[in-house]
Design a protein around this ligand. Structure first.
Ligand SMILES: Nc1ncnc2c1ncn2[C@@H]1O[C@H](COP(=O)(O)OP(=O)(O)O)[C@@H](O)[C@H]1O
Ligand SMILES: [Mg+2]
Length: 329
């Protein structure tokens, strides 16, 4: 399988004070294959959204800036494109949906108007044909009474329906990659499951790759082929979903897995959570970013940051406890 998107040594920083710069994404390398779902998982503040915004080149500047690396997509480095070329990629080949669809929909325009505008932006269609295409897309995301829905306003729809409309807008250009940044976090569990199901179906039907961002390993289990585990701006582990779940190598991944509910957890028993919080990026420890919370921490972990290493089976891990493999960053 060929690599559709390849991010190499991406560093994205924010100027948070007069002379303080933090690295929200620190030397991050990962890839997405055609038609696969890659999950980016980690606690809040670990740099997941900034990773996605960097790929889209939507990092707010100032205070943010992509300070290094390359983002290869179909043979071109997206970071070297002009603003106009990048706009074309965003509208045509890579689409993104966000956690709260209300903020990306215009409250004063009907769903139909917003959809047909998105469609005519990518395709030269008459209004009538664009409306027909909008109805077709609404059906594709399983919105009932599609014709009628065109005349409704965003606030008249439930959260789940609004998220479907957002997915619809994102699909209007037939993207090769859909970036979904916690699209189900604001929804209740049943609706969440329906949206995940929809994204999975669309991924297979449209042969899209999906970059799915979540803080929830349950969601990773549900939708991903592979996952990148991030912590405080760094990739800590990367592997196939099955390998990560059955044999997590990094103490952070182990901790996250300990924190997901299992059927076997006796009722009333408190779930394990990793003690402590994600460190302030402006005050990261000198060594491993996770050392302040790690229950397997050694002396070296406080002194130097472990490199990310690729093991013979393809798994990547950033931990001095795991031996072998080649250093990759
Ligand atoms: N607009 C911003 N201004 C300053 N710092 C930011 C901004 N956005 C993100 N950051 C920094 O980047 C870190 C990672 O953010 P983010 O990628 O949004 O985390 P998450 O993994 O929860 O999506 C934040 O904790 C913050 O330190
Ligand atoms: Mg986020």
């Amino acid at each position: 399988m060929s690599k559709l998107l390849e991010v190499n040594h991406l560093t994205t920083q924010f100027k948070v004070d007069k002379n303080k710069i933090i690295k929200a994404v620190d030397n991050s390398s990962f890839y997405i294959d055609e038609s696969e779902t890659l999950a980016i998982v980690g606690e809040s503040g670990s740099g997941k959204s900034v990773t996605a915004l960097s790929v889209m080149q939507l990092v707010p500047n100032p205070p943010g800036r992509i300070a290094g690396g390359e983002i290869m997509f179909r043979g071109r480095d997206l970071l070297k494109l002009s603003k106009a070329e990048m706009r074309a990629v965003r509208g045509g080949q890579i689409s993104m949906i966000f956690q709260e669809p209300m903020t990306s929909l215009n409250p004063v325009l009907t769903i139909g108007r917003q959809l047909t505008e998105a469609i005519t932006l990518h395709m030269k269609l008459s209004r009538k044909d664009a409306e027909a295409r909008a109805v077709e897309l609404l059906r594709k995301v399983q919105i009932p009474d599609a014709e009628k829905r065109l005349k409704t306003y965003p606030h008249q729809l439930s959260g789940g329906m609004r998220q479907r409309v957002m997915i619809c807008m994102a699909l209007s250009c037939n993207p090769k990659i859909l970036i979904a940044d916690e699209p189900t976090t604001a929804l209740d569990v049943t609706i969440q499951a329906q949206i995940l199901d929809l994204i999975r179906t669309l991924r297979d039907e449209e042969k899209m790759a999906v970059m799915f961002i979540t803080h929830d390993l349950g969601v990773v289990a549900d939708i991903a082929h592979r996952a990148v585990v991030m912590y405080a701006g760094s990739i800590m582990e990367m592997g196939l979903k099955r390998d990560l779940f059955l044999n997590p190598l990094h103490p952070y991944t182990q901790g996250l897995l300990g924190a997901i509910p299992r059927l076997s957890t006796p009722r009333g028993q408190k779930l394990y959570t990793i003690p402590g919080i994600v460190p302030d990026l402006s005050q990261l420890p000198k060594g491993c970013p996770f050392c302040t919370r790690c229950d397997q921490c050694m002396k070296t972990c406080h002194e130097q940051k472990p490199p990310l290493r690729r093991l013979p089976d393809g798994r990547e891990v950033r931990c001095f406890r795991v031996e072998g493999g080649e250093e990759i960053g």
